[in-house]
Each structure stands twice: as structure tokens, then as C-alpha cells.
Ligand binder design. Structure first.
Ligand SMILES: N[C@@H](CCC(=O)N[C@@H](CS)C(=O)NCC(=O)O)C(=O)O
Length: 343
């Protein structure tokens, strides 16, 4: 077993797996993907929390240790490999990149999971294909019970992302707006923060691999509303040929207005959900009750996302006064400023 490549376990239907694979390709970091459920994957050390992707890094003794959570893993890989960084060198833009990465990982994923397990056509497709990724030689008879199992399990987990009849209109309207805003923003890119991709691009890409190219309902919507985003997603799959330079990042003094529009969308939907969730977790409530877009929003409290809010605040607190003033100026009036003024 070669040790000079990074080992990870994942699956094609896992948006965070796709996020990290595209990032590894772009950074030309040698890796080997162990398909979730495969014999090879089962021989690897288990992670404390069973999440996809799971990475395996050697500890001091050289033994492999299982590690999960793509955002801190990206930062670990930035320490291990110095070329082709996905973190903007301007600390203020690095914070904006972090905020948009978090939006992709924690809000856009609500649309991804919602569309997949809410509509019959999508439930049918996902239930049919997901077990095939683990059983390429299995017969349809063998796969049928697995399909049923996966459908039941995932539909019963819709509450984790807060997808229900009350929140469906909020999630769907926000996805449609994201498509329109991101389409417009790409014309000033072709990436979120300029001519080279950041962690934010890979986070958005991860969820879009499913929303644009697998689940039939959002796929049709994306092609209708934002063919640009459909095309962008397929290009992001492999950026190993790009030759990024420092100048490819946007200059903070000439950021396109479309970036502010995107931040305003984040402030409109993700921020109120994040703040209400943290409040509910802190107060030990059974439910998060708030309004988003003047519409009711209700979901079960999600402790992991309460941590996401803390990490966002820590990232901003790490900025020096000048960079923080710049970030606060950029976020003022977008709704994202509430992250640091409320609660
Ligand atoms: N914050 C984690 C999220 C990873 C995650 O939730 N992965 C999904 C698959 S895309 C998963 O493993 N879900 C648990 C399950 O389905 O049991 C990351 O960024 O890596």
C-alpha cells in the first residue's frame, strides 16, 4: 500500500467527498480514494464520527488515523502542501472565503438534501443509484431492499437539515436566488474570489455536483435558471491544469458588487438560521423557531452548526484591526454583520 498519497474514503453521492476530490486534483496532491463500503475501506481505522469523506493521516508513530470534517482538513493540507493554496493570501478575503465556504457546507447542503429526499422523482433516483455505488456486481434483487433501507433512513433524517413542509418554500426560493446571483457573479470570476479557486468554490461545487448533475428536480431547475452554474460545476471537477498566480485573487479594493449581492443572500437566509439554532442549542430547546424571509422556519436544534457560528466568530477575531474593519465594512448591511453583533 503506497504511503506517498493521501488516503480518503468517500462516495460519488457525497457532496463533501466531491468537494475534497476536486480540491486535491486542483492542488495536484496525490491521493487514493477508497470507495465507502469497499473491502479496502473496511480495513482502514474507524473515525470517531462516521462521516464521508474520512481522511487518513499518519500520526507520530506513522500509524494511520481517521479524520473527518472537510473545513479543518483543508487547513491541515495547507500546512502539508504549500503550492496552489486555496486560501486567499489577503486575510480579509480569506475570511470572506471561509464565510462562503461555510454557507456552501451548511446552507446550500440543505437544498441538496431537501431536493433529494423530498420529491418522488429524486427519492426514486437516489434510492436506486446510491446502493449501486457500493455493489457494482449486485443484482437488482439484491439491491432492492438496500434501496428501501436508504430511502427510509435518509427521509427520516430530513430534520437534520431542517427540511419539512414549512421550510420547503424558504429552501427552494433561496436555491433559485443563489443560482441567479452566482450566475451573475461568475461573470466577474470565474471563481468566487477571482481568477483562481478558493475553499469557497470547492464547498459550493460539492453540493452543486448533486444539485446540478444527479438529482432530477434541482438539475432541471438549474438548467432552466442558470446554465452558467451547470457548466461551472462540470469545469470545477478537475482544475489540475490551471496555473494560478498571486494576482489571480481579486484585489480587496476592486471587489465586484455581485460579491456583496451573494453575501446579502447569505445574510438573508443562513445567518438568521444559524443565530436561531445557536440560541436554541444554548437554551436546550427542543426546536428552533424563527422566521426567514417573513416565512416561518422550524427545525430541530443542530449542535454542530452552533459550533460553526463559534468558528466564524473566532475566524473574525483572528483578524487584525485593519482587516477586521475592512471585513465589517464589506458585511455592513448584508445581514452577515448580525453574526458578530447579535447573540
Ligand atoms: N462537516 C462535514 C460534513 C460531512 C457529512 O455530513 N457527510 C455526509 C455525507 S455527504 C455524511 O457522512 N452523513 C452522515 C450519514 O449519512 O450517516 C464535512 O465538511 O466534511
Amino acid at each position: 500500500m503506497s504511503t506517498d498519497s493521501i488516503a480518503l474514503m468517500g462516495a460519488p453521492g457525497s457532496p463533501y467527498t466531491r468537494k475534497m476530490l476536486a480540491m486535491l486534483r486542483y492542488r495536484r496532491i496525490p491521493y487514493r480514494l477508497l470507495m465507502s463500503g469497499s473491502e479496502q475501506a473496511q480495513r482502514m481505522p474507524p473515525a470517531k464520527v462516521g462521516l464521508l469523506p474520512t481522511f487518513y493521516f499518519p500520526d507520530e508513530s506513522g500509524a494511520l488515523e481517521a479524520v473527518v470534517d472537510s473545513t479543518p482538513i483543508i487547513r491541515t493540507l495547507e500546512q502539508m502542501f504549500l503550492e496552489r493554496s486555496v486560501i486567499p493570501s489577503d486575510p480579509a478575503l480569506a475570511f470572506i472565503d471561509y464565510l462562503i465556504e461555510d454557507y456552501g457546507d451548511e446552507w446550500l447542503t440543505k437544498a441538496m438534501f431537501h431536493y433529494r429526499w423530498y420529491y418522488p422523482a429524486d427519492i426514486e433516483r437516489a434510492g436506486d443509484i446510491l446502493p449501486r455505488w457500493r455493489g457494482l456486481m449486485a443484482s437488482d434483487e439484491e439491491l432492492a431492499p438496500l434501496s428501501e433501507l436508504i430511502r427510509e433512513r435518509q427521509i427520516s433524517r430530513l430534520y437534520v437539515v431542517g427540511s419539512n413542509d414549512t421550510t420547503a418554500p424558504v429552501i427552494e426560493a433561496s436555491y433559485r436566488r443563489f443560482l441567479e446571483l452566482f450566475s451573475a457573479h461568475l461573470r466577474h470570476g470565474p471563481f468566487v474570489l477571482g481568477g483562481r479557486p478558493g475553499a469557497a468554490d470547492f464547498a459550493l461545487f460539492g453540493q452543486l455536483t448533486q444539485l446540478t448533475a444527479f438529482d432530477p428536480t434541482p438539475m432541471a431547475l438549474t438548467l432552466e435558471v442558470a446554465p452558467q452554474v451547470y457548466a461551472w460545476t462540470s469545469v470545477m471537477e478537475d482544475l489540475s491544469g490551471l496555473e494560478p498566480t498571486e494576482d489571480h485573487w481579486h484585489d480587496r479594493e476592486s471587489l465586484p458588487d455581485t460579491l456583496r449581492d451573494l453575501l446579502t443572500e447569505i445574510g438573508r437566509v443562513y445567518v438568521p438560521a444559524l443565530l436561531a439554532n445557536a440560541q436554541a442549542v444554548e437554551s436546550g430547546l427542543d426546536a428552533v423557531e424563527t422566521t426567514i424571509d417573513d416565512l416561518p422556519w422550524t427545525q430541530q436544534p443542530f449542535p454542530y452548526q452552533a459550533k460553526c457560528l463559534q468558528w466564524l466568530r473566532q475566524e473574525r477575531a483572528r483578524l487584525d484591526l485593519q482587516d477586521r474593519a475592512f471585513v465589517d465594512g464589506l458585511l455592513e448591511g448584508t445581514g452577515c454583520d448580525a453574526l458578530f453583533t447579535k447573540g
